[in-house]
Write a protein that binds this ligand. Structure first.
Ligand code: FAD
Length: 476
């Protein structure tokens, strides 16, 4: 049997903490890494150009990382299964290693790949990687079923001993093969000229993790909800593309735990670990319930009466709703392809409960823009905000003014993103209702698109109507 092993990279763009690479390197034979640019993903209308940029830069860096340890990363473009099998046959590989994914498209692709490789006489090794605990390992004690509520999931998940990071191979030997490069973005028809708050690539991911672990982690609990300061890790794009490994991230938090001097430091750190728990929970849910990608968890909400108002949607997208906190957030998204978590919740609540627009519209727009756009986290976040998801306390309606007053009390964030409101009093900026029409006109700022109080009532009525229908299905 051939001693050449292929490592197929997808969203694990790193050499550290990479189980597929580590296991392939342990065979003792030659190792060839490959990344296949999949036109189905690149061309999708909801694939943000920022993500393709991040992906490309990270793959280019990974090529260099391989070279420094004697390895080689080939890049191919085309239908992934065909490309993979063709490459494996061309180099005479005996085995293919890859890390798992939980998304429906990826699982279907991987199943096809495994079948085609086996048919060609090539061994397939699918490694558990994307989650700290594989989705089948966290189940209810009674009945062994998947959890659909975060808190009991977290209780079991957090009590489990966490796996250690995989070592980085020191030296590889690679077969001779033409590497090729990742096509230019313009060639792919997806140019990107925007700015990002994060730099792509494994090196930057690790540096960012280190900087956050030293400076921000202990204070995360008190600062994470304040969009005016850099209180969160901004590791989301790195976690999305696997330029940092999740076991390495967890291990770093445990080192920080040991180094903490005060209980309050550990408390801040524990809050951040819970966020990693949310990342895991939404992936776990999508693994067990792939249908969530296309419909609400609470099925009765398929009948919810959303307004399909394109004009209102356009104003929301452009940050012209007349609610400063919402508009500032949308402009942040449109400019740097990222939005603070508190603001994601505020704008998602506003889209669904003030504008009464279908949550799927907002979900899609986020995917078209976010550098960290990730099906499971995004879908989970939108279903949560629209009160149609797994949340056991579903009816939450955010008042944009209360949110702004609490989380951006000095309007630091609002002023940063709405320069046209320069010079306006803080109290008027955070309490949208108090910003007078004349002043809005003078500052060329939008009049409020809707009245929050009224829309809240309409939403509640429609929400009750769905619940009533559910209680009395004969009335449908
Ligand atoms: P930190 O606060 O430092 O958190 C650390 C990591 O934990 C994040 O990088 C992320 O991987 C994970 N995480 C944190 N909060 C959540 C959460 N609520 N759900 C799942 N994982 C979480 N996150 C994405 O990665 N991609 C998305 O497409 C996405 N869409 C969202 C849409 C909505 C409507 C909402 C409410 C949230 C969404 N989130 C998404 C979750 C969260 O907003 C981002 O992960 C976070 O803002 C990223 O910034 P950070 O890395 O500084 O996060």
């Amino acid at each position: 049997m051939s001693s050449i092993a292929i490592v197929w990279h997808r969203r694990d763009l790193r050499v550290h903490d990479n189980p597929a690479l580590w296991q392939a390197s342990r065979t003792g034979g030659q190792v060839l890494a490959v990344f296949i640019v999949d036109p189905t993903i690149v061309e999708r209308d909801d694939t943000a150009p920022a993500r393709i940029y991040f992906l490309r830069e990270s793959v280019l860096e990974l090529q260099k990382a391989y070279r420094t340890i004697g390895g080689r990363l080939a890049v191919r473009v085309g239908e992934p299964v065909q490309q993979l099998v063709a490459l494996a046959q061309a180099v005479g590989a005996g085995a293919v290693y890859f890390n798992d994914d939980i998304e429906p498209y990826a699982r279907e692709r991987d199943a096809r790949a495994a079948e085609a490789l086996r048919a060609a006489g090539i061994t397939v090794h699918a490694c558990a990687e994307i989650l700290l605990h594989p989705a089948g390992e966290v189940l209810t004690a009674a009945g062994g079923k998947p959890y659909t509520v975060y808190t009991p999931f977290w209780r079991q998940w957090s009590a489990k001993p966490k796996p250690k990071p995989f070592p980085t191979p020191e030296r590889l030997e690679a077969p001779t093969v033409e590497e090729q490069s990742f096509p230019e973005l313009a060639q792919l028809g997806r140019p990107f000229a925007g700015e990002l708050l994060v730099s792509p690539g494994e090196q930057s991911g690790l540096e960012q993790l280190e900087a956050f672990a030293r400076e921000g982690l202990y204070r995360y609990g008190e600062r994470r909800d304040l969009p005016g300061c850099d209180g969160t890790s901004r590791l989301s794009a790195h976690l999305k593309f696997g330029t940092v490994g999740i076991r390495a991230v967890w291990a770093r938090t445990m080192d920080a735990w040991k180094q903490a001097e005060h209980d309050r430091d550990r408390a801040g750190l524990a809050v951040w670990q819970q966020e990693l728990g949310w990342r895991e929970f939404y992936k776990y849910e999508l693994f067990h319930l792939p249908q969530l990608a296309g419909r609400p968890f609470r099925r009765e909400f398929e009948n919810f009466q959303w307004d399909e108002d394109q004009e209102r949607f356009e104003r929301w997208c452009q940050g012209e709703t007349g609610y400063p906190i919402v508009d500032a957030a949308m402009r942040q998204l449109n400019t740097v392809s990222w939005m603070h978590n508190r603001l994601r919740m505020i704008v998602a609540s506003f889209l669904t409960k003030d504008l009464l627009l279908p949550y799927g519209w907002g979900e899609r727009y986020f995917m078209q823009k976010l550098v960290d756009g990730d099906l499971s986290a995004n879908n989970g976040g939108w279903q949560w905000a629209a009160s149609v998801g797994t949340d056991p306390k579903p009816l939450r309606i955010f008042n944009p003014s209360t949110q702004a007053g609490r989380y951006d009390p000095k309007a630091v964030f609002i002023r940063r993103w709405l320069p046209e409101l320069e010079g306006v009093d803080t109290a008027l900026l955070v309490t949208s209702e108090r910003l007078p029409p004349l002043m809005r006109a003078q500052h060329r700022y939008a009049q409020p698109i809707v009245e929050h109080k009224r829309q809240q009532q309409v939403f509640k009525e429609r929400y009750r109507a769905v619940r009533a229908q559910q209680a009395d299905p004969g009335a449908r």
